[in-house]
Design a binder for this molecule. Structure first.
Ligand SMILES: Nc1ncnc2c1ncn2[C@@H]1O[C@H](COP(=O)(O)OP(=O)(O)OP(=O)(O)O)[C@@H](O)[C@H]1O
Ligand SMILES: [Mg+2]
Length: 370
């Protein structure tokens, strides 16, 4: 899929902006704090319904305004889509697809698919399991809307169950109602995750092997809260969750917290058998994330039938020349948006006409290297 046009009104540091994009490559060049990431963010909001930088929608509204508006036109293989996101302090968030207002934000997912790669993504490897679960959730939600709804449902039940536990004062309490729903939704999430991780692991391994010219083997493994094997069906996972919930109950009552379920899942990354988080070099960690992102592109292509758009915020300068070249060479069929502070950092030997945008203080104009 291809984003053809973007329109912004009072979004971050843009008062008004209208851009026509190149179907392959779009490079945004500018000094710090000029508005490069803001453009990437606007595209992301149209795909996912919220920002990757903040949970507070209000921050997206230009300081001197009370509302903001984003519109993109997406060309897909079989149809075209127009996405509009309007945010205001009074009315909150309204999203329209082809002029029809959506009832639920989740209905937006899959309209415009996106893979984002920013320096923040190193957190997937370096930080706690929460980051890795966020990664899994974002990716599966984009491909399988049902997953997004199951996850929301699960989180609600988890909150309720935790509330019951928190209020526990030594008297018998009734967790049964919550347990059944926790198990049903939780097991379903775990099956989705197992299937997704199995596929992304194969693709990431392949990508990593290519990038490192066969020197490194990357493994991605699902570290699930209860065991989930390749053959397991939904009922098997439900059974295991049930048993573990019963086992954990005395401890849960003591700690007043739900200790069983996919909200405790994790992912493990290994390179040549060693844990990347603890033993990987900075470069290896970056390459592992790059492999993961390229794997996402392929997975989405396989699932959706066409490539998502790729947003590369500030990552080119963090990769060595070899990896930069590998990346660009492998993106021929993917519409890519790159931000960078230096145009000469871009080791791209393609014709750059129509692809370069100069970003300066909330304004964007085309420019040429010639
Ligand atoms: N709601 C807002 N209203 C007005 N200006 C905003 C708003 N939010 C952010 N900005 C401004 O946008 C600018 C930052 O934009 P952005 O993050 O896109 O920069 P950048 O070009 O990506 O910079 P860097 O190279 O440092 O990443 C800052 O100057 C910031 O003050
Ligand atoms: Mg930036």
């Amino acid at each position: 899929m291809i984003v053809d046009q973007l329109k912004l009104i009072n979004f971050r540091n843009y008062k008004e902006l209208q851009l026509q994009f190149h179907p392959k490559l779009n490079v945004f060049v500018g000094e710090n704090a000029q508005g490069k990431t803001n453009v990437i963010e606007a595209l992301y909001v149209c795909a996912i319904g919220k920002s990757f930088r903040t949970n507070k929608d209000q921050e997206l509204i230009n300081m001197s305004s009370k509302q903001t508006y984003i519109k993109v036109k997406v060309n897909k293989v079989n149809d075209d889509k127009q996405i509009e996101v309007a945010l205001s302090e009074e009315k909150g968030k309204k999203i329209k697809v082809n002029k029809l207002q959506l009832d639920k934000y989740g209905d937006l997912l899959g309209t415009l698919n996106v893979v984002l790669f920013s320096p923040e993504d190193l957190k997937i490897i370096k930080e706690g399991p929460g980051e890795r679960r966020r990664f899994i959730n974002n990716e599966i939600s984009q491909i399988i809307p049902k997953y997004y709804y199951t996850l929301n449902q699960y989180n609600k039940i988890l909150q309720q169950r935790n509330k019951v536990l928190k209020n526990f004062r030594g008297k018998a309490i009734d967790l049964e109602v919550w347990d059944q729903q926790l198990i049903d939704n939780g097991a379903s999430l775990m099956i989705y995750r197992r299937n997704f991780i199995k596929r992304i692991a194969i693709l990431a391994k392949l990508m990593h092997r290519k990038i490192t010219e066969g020197i490194e083997t990357l493994e991605v493994k699902y570290d699930s809260n209860v065991k989930v094997t390749e053959e397991d069906e939904l009922k098997d996972v439900k059974e295991r969750l049930y048993i573990k919930l019963k086992e954990n109950q005395p401890m849960e009552l003591r700690r007043r917290l739900t200790l069983t379920g996919p909200h405790r899942d994790d992912l493990i990354f290994k390179i040549n058998g060693l844990d990347v988080k603890n033993y990987g070099s900075q470069g290896q960690q970056r390459t592992a994330v790059l492999s993961l992102k390229l794997a996402e592109l392929e997975l989405m292509k396989g699932e959706v039938g066409e490539y998502p758009i790729l947003l590369l915020d500030d990552v080119m300068s963090e990769l060595d020349i070899k990896r930069q070249n590998y990346l660009i060479k492998n993106l021929k069929n993917v519409q890519t948006f790159i931000t960078t502070t230096m145009s000469d950092h871009l080791n791209i030997k393609t014709d750059m006409d129509d692809k370069l945008f100069k970003v300066q203080n909330g304004e964007i104009r085309r420019f040429s290297l010639k």
